[in-house]
Design a protein around this ligand. Structure first.
Ligand SMILES: Cc1cc2nc3c(=O)[nH]c(=O)nc-3n(C[C@H](O)[C@H](O)[C@H](O)COP(=O)(O)O)c2cc1C
Length: 169
């Protein structure tokens, strides 16, 4: 058993904007890093369109996914690029107070952040964001990465920091 698989994560949609355009991606690497002020950290692949949008607008939203999120929804936000499709077409979302889109569909809560720092990790950038808005939407349980992997038999693409090279693990 690989020790990395013993680590726990949630599952989120991280969204951002560039001018009037919007995009989002699935991310499991999201965590709160401080309380005063409230800071969150996300790790985003430099190859992703969402990276380009956050770099440009310096804002992002985090939608915390419900355990009941369909695999087709995760497939669209996590395995397709906004370069090839409009991921928000037909999706329930709103424009947040930062101007970033906020996915409401399959979400139990959301947070909005303004980037206050960034750390270059080579393949990925750690964006550190200060929370400027947050709301709980539903009382359903949140999706965890292990539930997604072990119960739903989902896997992660190469852009995910936790990518292991083999599907289903
Ligand atoms: C379960 C799962 C977890 C993921 N976690 C991350 C992550 O933490 N960081 C990241 O950059 N990409 C992650 N990804 C990959 C992106 O969601 C994926 O590369 C997406 O297609 C990027 O879309 P974009 O080009 O429209 O931004 C994950 C995907 C899945 C399915």
């Amino acid at each position: 058993m690989n020790a990395f698989y013993k680590m726990s994560y949630g599952l989120y949609v991280v969204s951002s904007r560039k001018g009037g355009r919007k995009n989002g991606q699935i991310s499991n690497t999201v965590f709160q890093a401080a309380a005063e002020p409230p800071l969150v950290v996300i790790s985003v692949s430099k190859e992703n369109l969402t990276h380009e949008y956050i770099n440009e607008s310096k804002v992002f939203s985090i939608s915390i996914l419900s355990r009941n999120t369909p695999m087709t929804f995760i497939g669209s936000f996590g395995f397709r690029s906004g370069r090839d499709m409009d991921k928000f077409k037909g999706i329930d979302y709103k424009t947040g107070m930062t101007g970033a889109p906020v996915v409401l569909e399959n979400s139990v809560a959301y947070l909005e952040a303004k980037v206050v720092n960034a750390v270059d990790l080579g393949t990925h950038t750690l964006f550190i964001g200060e929370i400027v808005n947050a709301e709980t939407l539903k009382e359903e349980e949140s999706m965890t990465y292990s539930y997604y992997r072990d119960v739903k038999h989902g896997h992660a693409p190469k852009a995910a920091p936790t990518y292991a090279g083999k599907p289903g693990v």
